[in-house]
Design a protein around this ligand. Sequence first.
Ligand SMILES: [Zn+2]
Length: 611
Amino acid sequence: MDNTPLQNDQKRDTSDPTYAGSGPLAMLTNYEQTREMATLSQIGIVKRKIRKGIYVLEPTPCFCGDEGGMEILTSERYGLPHRMVICEQCALIRANPRMDAKSTKAFYNTEYRLINKNLASREAPLRDRWDDIALYWVLEVRSGESLLKAYLEQGHPFPKTVIDFGCHFGGTMEPFREAGSQCYGVEYDQKAKEVAEGKEFDVSNTLDDLINRGVKADLIIMQDIIEHLTDLRGDLQKINMLLAEGGVIHVWTPGLFGPTRQVSNLFQLAHNFQFCGHTLDYVMNSMGFEPFFLDEVISSFWRRKEGRELAMVPLKPTEWVEYSLDQLSNKMQRKLPLFKSICKFTRRERYDYIKENCKNHIPDLQEITEKYHGSLIVVGGGPSVDTELPTMQKLHAEGMPVIAISRMYPFCIKNGLGPDFVASMDSSVEQEEGFKNINPDTIHLMCSVTRPSLFKNLPKGKAYLWDNMDEEHVRKIRREAGYTVATVVAGGGSIAVSALSLGMNLGFSDFHVFGVDCLFSSKDYSHSKGIAGESVDNIIEDVTIDGIIYLSTAPFVMFAKHMLDMVWAGYTAGLLRQIKFYGECLINKMWSGKFLTPEEMEIIEKEENHG
Ligand SMILES: [Zn+2]
């Protein structure tokens, strides 16, 4: 494996006619040889046009306004001159200089398709044979089918109007048209546009055409397009004008941390930007959108921000400069970035569960909010609960109440640890195991997305409902079910963090936390022996803290960070006075357990402002 991807393409001169990609020309069929030669001659043409100034290069400031940037690349995968820089403020990677808008359009209509002939992506189909178009059409239709499915799984009503920005042959729109959507395409490439028009699609040359016609879309598809835009801000403003009330934008772009992260595959002349999840989030947020699905591949869904969210200026994800540079240089040992986690259940499934659970009419958590005080034992599912059991039993015998995550409910019953409270949030079928035996004295704190079957046997007056999604749609479901109040408990998708958050909501302020180990003594002892249900498959990695190596997983490190964020949020809000983590616990390796005094905080803030 070549470990210096940054220089990969600089080493070979692809305009050399003897160069034929990864193998000798003799290995290729006549047809392939013709294509290969066509590519090489096109690359030569583009180089010449850039040299002669026919294709004009222009310097570009970053989206965030910063003029500078650290150089990360000087030529792209075909050896064409392509300087990419990473903004040291917002971590967005951009071409600087890049071809101006006029040259870009000319390039798309001439050499571009012949150079980028990778069939895996719709930005690069061939059209020198009719069956290439036919094959490509099929691939586009398939991608449209999966997009329609993914869109509906997000719990949205069927889109009456769809715009596909960069629609190419129009295949992505086909499943939507078949299902009854009114579809509009936008395509710069005249030949692709003709193919789409041949399939009777309404295709415009620009977004402005659609704006002038007063089109408003429920869904705007931006697949393989955002990384090409010359006027990122301007085009996203136009997208906003074209988006109907409550509309959704789908953005797909090859992410820096995605599966094609081999840098040599990512960069090409036509790409003016290279995004990762956080830089795309920064750009879209700045333009007034928020994600409701976003992964590092990058596949994403966005909607307009509402109310107070709209007024919030997004922070520049500066820390992603370091993570991105690590990724670009394929560094083996690196600082672990805080990745975005994704709920394994679709939004539609979660909405359905909330609707179902609201029918039980159990009271909102607010009825017992701040009704308690003092200390609380929090029981998570890590292996250290097995060795720490005597400590927990002693504290509980002294009168300290217990809150358990739902999967530790049976463990607590069995070991005389109440529990006084159990926190449930998971929608998995495995959760039913944990609720087989109900303790009639236990208070059940049920998240509205919990698997509905768990609500069946709850004792009367011993269950309260809370939400983990701060969304208007959820509030609407609650209102329709007759609730006048809906308590949202933050937990970042983790039940153990939520259990701490619930503890604070109930009024407790001193916490004794067990079983949130987040690290392993060995590769096959990752959870308590008494835990109910199967756990998620984990990839165990070496995590270095202060020079010492521990065994953990990326989700566990992320979880530990979320836990510490919650501790800090609780402390600064005056809800949390003390907290202690017991057992072999990653959090204790990351944090001394002491809170900074206001004076110490001031010193650190001063240092940060100077640095
Ligand atoms: Zn920037």
